[in-house]
Design a protein around this ligand. Sequence first.
Ligand SMILES: NC(=O)c1ccc[n+]([C@@H]2O[C@H](COP(=O)([O-])OP(=O)(O)OC[C@H]3O[C@@H](n4cnc5c(N)ncnc54)[C@H](OP(=O)(O)O)[C@@H]3O)[C@@H](O)[C@H]2O)c1
Length: 287
Amino acid sequence: MSKSILVTGASGNIGRVLVRLLLEQGELVKAATRHPSQYPTDSGVEAVDFDFDQPETYAPAMAGADRLVLMPRGLDLEPCTTASPLLEQAKASGVRHVVLISGFGVERLVEYPGHFQLEKLLQSTGLEYTILRPTWFMNLLIRGLNLPRQRNRLCPPVGEARLSFIDTDDIAAVAAVCLTEPRHWGQVYEMTGDEIVNFDDCAEIIAQNAGCEMRYEPATEAEMREIYARVGMMPPSIDYMMWYFAAVRAGWYEIVTPTVAELLGRRPTALAQFARKHAPVWKNAAV
Ligand SMILES: NC(=O)c1ccc[n+]([C@@H]2O[C@H](COP(=O)([O-])OP(=O)(O)OC[C@H]3O[C@@H](n4cnc5c(N)ncnc54)[C@H](OP(=O)(O)O)[C@@H]3O)[C@@H](O)[C@H]2O)c1
């Protein structure tokens, strides 16, 4: 009987697209979510109950799967706490290959070693693995790096610092390739777009291509902390983001890698393309 692929984070930016791509390739897909009844199943995917915080959901979700996409929660500072029993269960359930969505530069985040520890944990399990380390997501230009309720004001406290972004659709496409071609087993892929920009560049590209007003008005670090606190982010997560901004200012993300082009046979999505794709969101900027 054919085995399936269990995708955690299946309702998220990467997961939604990844599930669709895998189904298009004829794979059996289980979408792991805390809300299976709300997951769109019209395309043939099986939505299964899964919660990192409820280990009793792990085994039923993994039944019949031979591949797993492990998408840790974004601001989880200690992902090994849940990933350790999850990977144990994966082995017991007959999962053979795990694709982990990690992050660019995790090996240098000495104050926050959790995601690098997760990579090492996965590598020590004996399971086949592929580790994806994407840089900053373009989606953060829609939500996460803006003033609250003002998508047309970018505000991260990084001044003129330059960095590369990546479209989550490209991450999903690379993950789909890695799940279906064993030659990617044992690889760690650092993934970026193919342009290095500062936030003034981002604002200009979005304004031109989405046809909207967009400005970069950098907050101070103290103001950014207040902005995040106002939207309910907890102090440890705010500290974590400040560390990331310091890494941007230090030039860690001022780099382009060939991974997306090599694996997909096309250029990564450019910021201009991304802006055109999401133009309606920015045109209704006061949300
Ligand atoms: N943002 C960046 O620039 C960046 C850079 C590098 C790497 N990353 C990594 O990218 C991943 C995030 O990708 P994304 O943007 O696609 O995610 P996202 O859109 O924020 O989606 C988050 C997903 O996490 C799931 N989730 C939340 N709490 C859960 C829980 N307790 N149990 C099970 N699932 C839970 C949600 O599923 P349900 O609500 O359906 O349960 C949802 O599908 C993270 O692993 C992050 O570390 C992010």
